[in-house]
Structure formats: structure tokens, C-alpha cells
Write a protein that binds this ligand. Structure first.
Ligand code: BGC
Length: 763
């Protein structure tokens, strides 16, 4: 009987359910993917091919105003016709299933959608903002954090994240500084690589697992160098900078196997990145042999008209596709113009076929053809999203991201009992700001606040006073953030609390929506009246621990001079408060190091450690004609790589195995590091090189190695580095990699400014 039922069910499946699969050769899972793609492309009409290259935003604008050229009705009509290859911002199993159902049940060829989402530092359970994660220098932790994000996102129906952002930047004014890994291409490359492995899994085969998602390296390229830190501004840059500083992290992610790239809003030397064939065709798909696809940035194809690079919609469409942009995110142009352009002979169909092949390849690799609903499991969604394990994971990442900037008078760690502590600052009681501005899926006010976390340490007497609000108005992801609070009525109560306390902990910095996309600032000081509050409190009790919460380097010259203890607490995500409290109380010994220089004032920007020397770098003649400012030192407030610990590390015995090397010989460097303080701890040991003389001037220092070393109290370890041609060479202005003979200085140290030095010669 059972057998008969099975047979009957099987027949039904062939006739009704899976009949399509039986007749379509591309559904044969035994065939290699490339063959399956070719079979499918052969069946596609031009309209259906172009449809694969069209991506619609599916969430905000269904409820809000429709962007130029589109409406929710139009999108659903296109979806049914098979004119949509991907949707973004649709989230949650229920929603994703609904749109996927249209694609695989109502369209002629039943090609599944790839569902994209900005999973920037987590989905619902948020990790620290990427700049903060970079401060950990802990590649395993960063990979794990990306894996947690992938786990939650994939459990919610998503199979593609628009991350990692690998934009190197030297400009703290730019709001998106929070989204990258800081100023250094070497650190940025390692982190970009780690994040790809975290999102996609270790091997290509892992991409087909249900808990991994395709990653998207962005923004290609040079977006971090927008002039004056002004969002969406133009970029003008030398080839040397492009090849040596901007491109390496992008290339590293290609080596890690990233499946997609996103281009960028900015122009690069006069050509919008979206219409830039040099970047997308010559470098990415040519030189680097990238075989995934490129998605435009949001409406960036249409924006080429505003840039003055395309004369109309058709021109923008042609320029983007010819330059190598495979998928149109929300410009509504490929779907509207591309078929005609091909028919008129203005765009070759071969270009369309290539783009479609790339897009289908990723869909096949994700396993979407084999089961389009594989990311749509309600049970898994319930179990995974917000799980205890994920919260533990992001807490771990958050602790590792904290940087101790100053610790005098032994203020930190705080004592666990018998202390009177005044906690001051609106951010101390803010459950929203630690989530940062990229948290579309996370619910508002879901971060653990510093106040909540400090209340867990019950043997101290804790008083909280906000002192002053940060904002006069509620800010959201889509609205302008306004900071005009002038209300100082809370100052007195805060001062009284401080006066009665042994130690004051002040949590100051930026509101969550004060960094991120479209959130550039020209003033990097503590916003609003916070500086005034800090100085007022200092007058009554100078024993202050300043905890910064911010999405970018801030300028805090007064605090750096006067406040005895400073902790960089960034925007640390869902578990922010717990991470900060554990560091303040010494349950976790901080080991973070800054991934970006902190300027003394905004006029120093751009300021970065790996700069070139001038012809007059130092004051040798005691006269005015040397490279300096009249009003401020030219060094940063806190240099790249800087960060303290509750313990102390001593460096000794820097050794290089020889003094002279032939090309291709390995250079072995070692140093002894001792934990000579009173706590177990971790140290990021950093190796920098300086090529003294080259055919193109080289930076005064370049990070070329780092090791995160665990050292018990009293313990010594020898840390080893190996340098090869990969670390010693550089790109010339034509993108050729050169390794030139000469003297190399090396420094192994505890930040980009301090360490032991030696040198060797490359013959
Ligand atoms: C951003 C991208 C993001 C996209 C989709 C754009 O405004 O620049 O980084 O992935 O929107 O939300």
C-alpha cells in the first residue's frame, strides 16, 4: 500500500509539481554548473536576460514613497514577467518566501531571485561597527562575527549581503569611515579576506550551505577618498595611491573567492565608478579574473546623468553595461532601456550574456536552483535569530574591539566593591546608539546600555545622571540628524553626583545616526554641549573615566590632556554595555589597537601614518621653513596601531636572520615580548617596513605583519615574522608590481610610532 502511495505521489510530481524540472535540462544537478547556465541562457528571451540584471528594493518603498521611475505595483508586475533577478531589503522568511514564490511559480523560466540585504555588522544581533571590529586586529574573531551575521541573515531568507566594505579612508569627516577597516591597506586586506570567509565559508562548496551567504565587496573603488570627506563627492587620485592603497583590499577579497562586487557613487578621475571600464573590466574582471558579478550602487547608474557623464537614461544604461556593471540596483534603467539598446545594436548581446552568466553562476552556487526556498525555514529562523550563542559571539567581538587610550592614576580597572561611581552622559543610558546606523533588521533600543550593564556590578554604589541630552529631536535611518540641544538644566544634578563620587564614568560621543552613509561632519569634536559638560564635571571631580561611543575618530585634545582615563568604546552593537562594563571592571583586559589615526583637530585631516616624507620632514635648522603647522603639532593625537592594556608589555631582542638578502630569499624577523605587568593580557605586535629609496617614493612606514599574542603575567614569547617579495614590493603607476633592491628599515612595535628598529639590504 505504502509503495503504491509513493508511486502515485511520484507520478503526480512529474505531471504537476516537478514537471518543469524534468523537462528543463538546466535542472539536471549532475551536469556541471557552467553547462547548466549555458542550457538556461539558450532558453532565455532577451527580456528575460535583462530581467536577471534588474534588482529592486522591496521593502521601504512598498510602504513609503516610490523612488524615481518605479512603484510597488510596477515592481510586482515586472516580477511576474520574469524581469527581476534580485530584490534587496526584503527580509524575514515570510516576506522572502512570498517574493520567491512569484519568481519560481509564476514566471516562465522559474529562475529564483537572489535576495540581497545590508548585513553590515550583523543582521538582528549586531556586532560592533566594522571600524570597531578592525580595532581588534583579531582575524579569527572578525571571521566569526561575519559567520554569525551570515547565520542570522540566511535564517531570515537572505542569501546575499552587501558587505564587506573595504574602502580605505584617511578622512574621519566622511560618515562611512565607520563601515570600513580604517586607513591601512595591509590590515584592510587581511580583514576583508577574513570577512569573506566568514560570510561565504572557507571553500566555494561552503557557499551552498544554508548558513552561508554570498558576500559583496564594496565600493569599487576609491569611495573613501571623496574630497573634503563630503558624501558622494568626487575623487581625484594618483595611480600610485590607487594601486598601493585603494585596490589591495579589493584584490584580497577576490583571492578569498568573493562572489559579487558593488561599484560606487563617486567619480574617479572624472569617470563615475559605475561607468568605469578601467576598474570593472580591465582590473576586476581582466587582471584579477573575477568571475562573479558586479551590482551597481543604489541608483548609481541613473546618477551618471547628474554627474554629467551620461546625456540621458539610455546613455547611462549603455555606459554602465559596457563598463561592466552587471546588475542595476534601483535605477530602473536596465529593465527600461537595455532591450532596445541591444536591438539598436548599441550594446552587444554578448555583454548581456556575460552579465547573465555571472549572475546565474552565483545563484547556482548558492543552491537556489536546487531549492529556491532553502533559506526559508521558519523553524530555523526562530532558533537562530537572536540566539544566546549569537549574543555570546557578538559580546566576545565587542570586548575585543575596545581600545584603552589612556589610563593614569590607576583609575581603571574600577574596583568591584566599595566604590561610589557617578555614571554621566545620555549615551550611558542609550540603547539605540550602540547599534550604529546600519541596522535595518535590528529593532530599535535593543542594545544593552552601559547603565544596565554597570548595574549588574552590585557591590558598588552607582548613581546615573544624563547631564544633557544629545539630540533635540528623534533621528532615524532616513532622516537628517539634528543636534541643537542647548538645554543645560541637567548639569547641576550631574555635578552633584560627580562631587559625591570616588570615580566618574562619562559616556560621551556621537549619536548612533551621526555616522554612516550621508553623515559627513566638518567638526570632529564631541557634538553638542558634551565638551562643556565634561569640563564642568572635571571642575568638581577630575577622577574621570571617559568612555567614547562614536562611529569615527573624534578630536578630543582637551580630554586627551586632562582626563586621566579614556576608553574607546565605539558603537559596539547589541551587547555594547556588557562589553564596556566588563572592560571597565577588569573582567576583560582590553587589547584593541586603533585601525585609524585620531587627529588633534579637523584641520589635520587627512592624517595617516603611512604617508610620504616631505623634502623637509624635520626641524633641522631651527628656522620656520620645514613641514609643520604653526598652531598644532603635526602628529596625530593617537596614532594608528595605538592601544594600551591593563598590563605592560616589554619588547626586546629584535633580530633579522641576516643583514643582506638576495631576491626571493625569505627574511625572518623575531622579537621577544614579555608581559611584565600585573594582569594576563593580549598584545598586537606590529611590524612595519620602510623602503628607504625607490623609483616611486614609498611611505615612511608600512604595516607588513602583525601577530596577536596571548601572554600570561610574567610570560615571554618570541614572535616571528616572515617577509617575502609580496611584502617588500609596490605597484608603479601602471599597476606593475616591482621589487627593487635597496635598504629597508624595519620597526617592530606596539603602535605605528613606537618600537624597536633594525634594517637589512635587499640585493
Ligand atoms: C549604499 C550601499 C548599500 C546600498 C543598498 C547604498 O546607498 O551605498 O553600500 O549596499 O545602498 O542599501
Amino acid at each position: 500500500m505504502k509503495k503504491q502511495i509513493r508511486k502515485y505521489a511520484f507520478l503526480l510530481l512529474i505531471v504537476f509539481g516537478n514537471g518543469y524540472a524534468q523537462t528543463k535540462k538546466h535542472m539536471d544537478t549532475k551536469k556541471p554548473i557552467e553547462e547548466r547556465i549555458s542550457l538556461l541562457i539558450k532558453e532565455m528571451t532577451l527580456e528575460e536576460k535583462v530581467g536577471q540584471m534588474n534588482q529592486y528594493n522591496g521593502f521601504w518603498d512598498v510602504t513609503g514613497p516610490a523612488p524615481k521611475g518605479g512603484s510597488a505595483e510596477l515592481k510586482y508586475e515586472h516580477l511576474r514577467k520574469g524581469w527581476v533577478g534580485s530584490m534587496l531589503t526584503v527580509r524575514g522568511v515570510k516576506e522572502v518566501r512570498a517574493v520567491q514564490k512569484i519568481a519560481v511559480e509564476e514566471t516562465r523560466l522559474r529562475i529564483p531571485l537572489i535576495i540581497g540585504f545590508d548585513v553590515i555588522h550583523g543582521y538582528k544581533t549586531l556586532s560592533p561597527i566594522p571600524l570597531a571590529e578592525a580595532a581588534s586586529w583579531d582575524l579569527e574573531a572578525i571571521k566569526k562575527s561575519a559567520a554569525i551575521a551570515a547565520d542570522e541573515a540566511s535564517a531570515s531568507g537572505i542569501n546575499w549581503t552587501f558587505a564587506p566594505n573595504v574602502d580605505i579612508t584617511n578622512d574621519a569627516r566622511w560618515g562611512r569611515v565607520m563601515e570600513g577597516a580604517g586607513e591601512d591597506p595591509y590590515l584592510g586586506s587581511k580583514i576583508g579576506y577574513a570577512r569573506i570567509k566568514g560570510f561565504q565559508g572557507e571553500t566555494m562548496a561552503d557557499l551552498a550551505k544554508v548558513n552561508t551567504i554570498a558576500a559583496c565587496t564594496k565600493h569599487f573603488a576609491a569611495y573613501g577618498y571623496v574630497e573634503a570627506g563630503l558624501e558622494y563627492n568626487s575623487v581625484d587620485m594618483s595611480n600610485s595611491k590607487l594601486y598601493n592603497s585603494v585596490l589591495p583590499p579589493f584584490e584580497a577579497t577576490v583571492q578569498a573567492g568573493v562572489r559579487t562586487f558593488m561599484n560606487s557613487f563617486n567619480t574617479l578621475n572624472g569617470i563615475p565608478a559605475t561607468g568605469n571600464a578601467f576598474l570593472q573590466r580591465d582590473i576586476l574582471k581582466g587582471k584579477w579574473k573575477f568571475d562573479g558579478f558586479v551590482v551597481s550602487d543604489y541608483a548609481s547608474i541613473r546618477e551618471m546623468i547628474a554627474h554629467g557623464y551620461a546625456k540621458d537614461e539610455a546613455d547611462a544604461t549603455a555606459k554602465a553595461v559596457i563598463a561592466g556593471s552587471d546588475m542595476d540596483m534601483e535605477s530602473y534603467l536596465y529593465v527600461a532601456k537595455l532591450v532596445t539598446l541591444v536591438k539598436e545594436g548599441k550594446v552587444k548581446e554578448a555583454l548581456i550574456d556575460d552579465a547573465v552568466r555571472r549572475i546565474l553562476r552565483v545563484k547556482f552556487e548558492l543552491g537556489l536552483f536546487d531549492d529556491p526556498y532553502r533559506y526559508c525555514d521558519e523553524k530555523r529562523e526562530k532558533e537562530v535569530v537572536g540566539s544566546k550563542a549569537n549574543n555570546d559571539g557578538v559580546l566576545d567581538m565587542a570586548k575585543k574591539s575596545i581600545v584603552l587610550l589612556k589610563n593614569e592614576k590607576n583609575l581603571l580597572p574600577l574596583k568591584k566593591s566599595g566604590q561610589k561611581i557617578a555614571l554621566i552622559g545620555a549615551l550611558a543610558n542609550d540603547k539605540n546608539s550602540p547599534l550604529g546606523s546600519w541596522r535595518i533588521a535590528a529593532d530599535d533600543n535593543t542594545a544593552v546600555s552601559v547603565l544596565e550593564a554597570m548595574q549588574q556590578y552590585k557591590d558598588n554604589q552607582l548613581t546615573f545622571e544624563k547631564g544633557a541630552d544629545l539630540l533635540s529631536q528623534k533621528a532615524t535611518f532616513l532622516t537628517e540628524t539634528i543636534f541643537n540641544t542647548t538645554d543645560k538644566s541637567g548639569f547641576e544634578a550631574a555635578k552633584t553626583a560627580a562631587k559625591n563620587a570616588d570615580v566618574v564614568v562619562m559616556v560621551l560621543g556621537e549619536y548612533g545616526f551621526q555616522s554612516g552613509e550621508a553623515r559627513s561632519r566638518t567638526d570632529l569634536n564631541l557634538p553638542g554641549i558634551q565638551q562643556e559638560l565634561l569640563e564642568e564635571i572635571y571642575k568638581v571631580n577630575p577622577n574621570i573615566v571617559l568612555v567614547l561611543n562614536n562611529g569615527r575618530p573624534l578630536t578630543i585634545p582637551w580630554a586627551a590632556q586632562n582626563i586621566p582615563a579614556i576608553v574607546e568604546g565605539w558603537q559596539l552593537g547589541t551587547q555594547a554595555g556588557n562589553a564596556i562594563a566588563q572592560v571597565l571592571y577588569g573582567d576583560y583586559n582590553p587589547s584593541g589597537k586603533l585601525p585609524i589615526s585620531f587627529p588633534r583637530n579637523v584641520g589635520q585631516v587627512p592624517i595617516y601614518y603611512n604617508k610620504y616624507s616631505t623634502g623637509r620632514p624635520i626641524d633641522s635648522d631651527k628656522n620656520v621653513f620645514w613641514s609643520h603647522y604653526m598652531d598644532v603639532e603635526k602628529t596625530p593625537q593617537f596614532p594608528f596601531g595605538f592601544g594600551l592594556s591593563y598590563t605592560k608589555f616589554d619588547y626586546k631582542n629584535l633580530k633579522i636572520n641576516k643583514t643582506t638578502f638576495a631576491k626571493r630569499e625569505k627574511i625572518e624577523v623575531s622579537v621577544d615580548v614579555t608581559n611584565s605587568g600585573n594582569y594576563d593580557g593580549k598584545e598586537v605586535v606590529q611590524l612595519y617596513i620602510h623602503d628607504e629609496f625607490a623609483s616611486i617614493v614609498r611611505p615612511i612606514k608600512e604595516l607588513k605583519g602583525f601577530e596577536l599574542v596571548n601572554l600570561k603575567k610574567g610570560e615571554t614569547k618570541t614572535v616571528h615574522f616572515t617577509l617575502t617579495e609580496r611584502e617588500l614590493g609596490f605597484y608603479d603607476n601602471n599597476g606593475n608590481y616591482l621589487v627593487e633592491p635597496g635598504v629597508f628599515n624595519i620597526m617592530v612595535g606596539w603602535n605605528s610610532n613606537e618600537g624597536l628598529t633594525s634594517k637589512f639590504e635587499l640585493k
